[in-house]
Design a protein around this ligand. Structure first.
Ligand code: MG
Ligand code: MG
Length: 251
């Protein structure tokens, strides 16, 4: 069942969303060569706790971090570590969730570490554009897959990017992962109808190579099979009577 959130729940989700936005703003400032992903993680946790919220990922099915820090060919769910040091030319996806008074905000960005190649710049630009193209379709009455999912897929197509099929967006609220699942491609069926009060995390993941991925032996880190780079952007978005509202909007 897809829940529709009350005004009160939405107000709490706005707070949860503003906290993750602040974390990601801080990550943008911190990400540079020489920084470890554990340092990023510790800062993220500190910010979340300072707002009387708690990290949504830490302890979720046993995940050890506050953020997922996924570098280069890592797609999602990278584990922060003092041994993972950012290098010039890397890209890093930082995904973060916070829980404020029982409600979740979830958002991700992929950031360049120093100067990156034009090929990677384009990958980041197009993946972020797909996020916004998808969000634009989050209008009441629209069927999720034939509008939002299709818009995301259409963004990747001209560039030949691989779309990760096993992972995607999701409803979010009192739980981090609620119905519906959101494909990042049109799966054939039209999908559930969007209605005001639904809150959904949209999160395209595009790869320079194919969309094929597997999980490393740490049981978490998802990597591309061909070791080519991957990008990931995410916002938590409210469907209204009118235009969609991004609850994790950064300043
Ligand atoms: Mg996320
Ligand atoms: Mg998510």
């Amino acid at each position: 069942m897809i829940t529709r959130k009350s005004k009160y729940e939405i107000s709490l989700m706005k707070t949860a969303g503003s906290i993750v936005a602040e974390v990601l703003e801080t990550m943008k400032e911190m990400v540079q060569p020489g920084v470890s992903t554990l340092e990023l993680d510790e800062k993220a946790e500190q910010i979340i706790l300072s707002h009387n919220a708690v990290p949504a990922f830490k302890g979720y099915h046993g995940f050890p971090g506050t953020i997922c820090a996924s570098i280069n060919e890592q797609v999602v769910h990278g584990i922060p570590s003092k041994n993972v040091i950012l290098k010039e030319g890397d890209i890093i996806s930082v995904d973060v969730g916070s829980v404020y008074k029982g409600l979740v905000g979830d958002s991700a960005i992929t950031l360049p570490v120093g100067e990156i190649s034009d090929e990677l710049k384009k990958l980041l630009e197009v993946t972020e554009q797909a996020l916004y193209d998808g969000i634009k379709q989050m209008l009441p009455g629209n069927k999720l897959y034939e509008t939002v999912s299709a818009a995301i897929e259409n963004c990747a197509k001209p560039y030949g990017y691989g779309i990760v099929k096993q992972y995607g967006g999701h409803g979010v609220g009192r739980n981090m992962h609620e119905e519906p699942f959101v494909y990042n491609f049109h799966p054939g069926q039209p999908g559930p109808e969007l209605r005001p009060g639904m809150v959904i995390a949209i999160e395209p993941m595009f790869n320079l190579g194919t969309g094929d991925v597997h999980v490393l032996s740490d049981k978490w880190t998802v990597v591309t099979n061909d070791k080519k780079h991957s990008a990931h952007f995410e916002h938590t978005v409210l469907v209204t009577d009118d235009e969609p509202v991004i609850l994790t909007q950064r300043l």
